[in-house]
Design a protein around this ligand. Sequence first.
Ligand SMILES: [Zn+2]
Length: 278
Amino acid sequence: MPMMQPQSRSRLWWRIIPIGIALAVVAYQFLGAPQFINPETGRTARLGLSEQQESALGMQGFREVTAQARLLTSGPAYDQVRRVSGRLAAAMSDTVNFDWQVAVVDDPAQNAFCLPGGKICVYTGILPITKTDDGLAVVLGHEMAHATCHHGAERVLHQNMTQTAMLGVQGSFADLDYQQQRTIMGLLGAGAQYGVLLPFSRSHESEADLVGLKYMARAGYDPREAVGFWRRMAEASGGSKQPEFMSTHPLHETRIRQIEEWLPEVMKERPAGGQVER
Ligand SMILES: [Zn+2]
């Protein structure tokens, strides 16, 4: 039986030790991260940022966006965005303690987002697709839910953990030549992207859809409007179809199917009688 050369045995250790250390650090990063139990879904998330860090980052981003944008401060579009976001915010659990702020940007981009800590930006280009208060509530409910579910902070933790693991692998292959190292890191990077980070961001999308529908329903909007809105959004995006596994946003059909499945449950969240004063 051939004996293992002492040299190759020690080389094996040099491969294993950096990965072992990295995994220990990853475990430490994960276990040491603050937990957030989502009151809407019951899911426990671990976060890479504190609430203070989140709101500081959100505020910074909000200032950067609004500094360069043409902002509306009055008029029907501005009033609509304020009205709908205000009603959604009032329909949330008491555990949400955001200082909500709204910017309406006069810009044809079909875009809207909510930064961590509750800083909302709506581009007027999306309003022809949202059409009504209910349609706008679909978008704002979804975007505000990303913030209240702390998806940004959870993503920071995932990225930190991925980075640590990659450093460990890099350390263990430090003896290989540059081209080989690049190949290994490239493969691993793609693996992390498609195997870990993208599936997580798709699960964030679907959580934001569900939580947004609940906010809508409780605020007295009609969650069934979500189906029409996402259909219009699909048309507006010109039916551009990336394979689903490569995209952060689920395919429109998948999203619509899932929303239709949730609707019976979500409709129960509507106030008694189903009608709310507008
Ligand atoms: Zn989203």
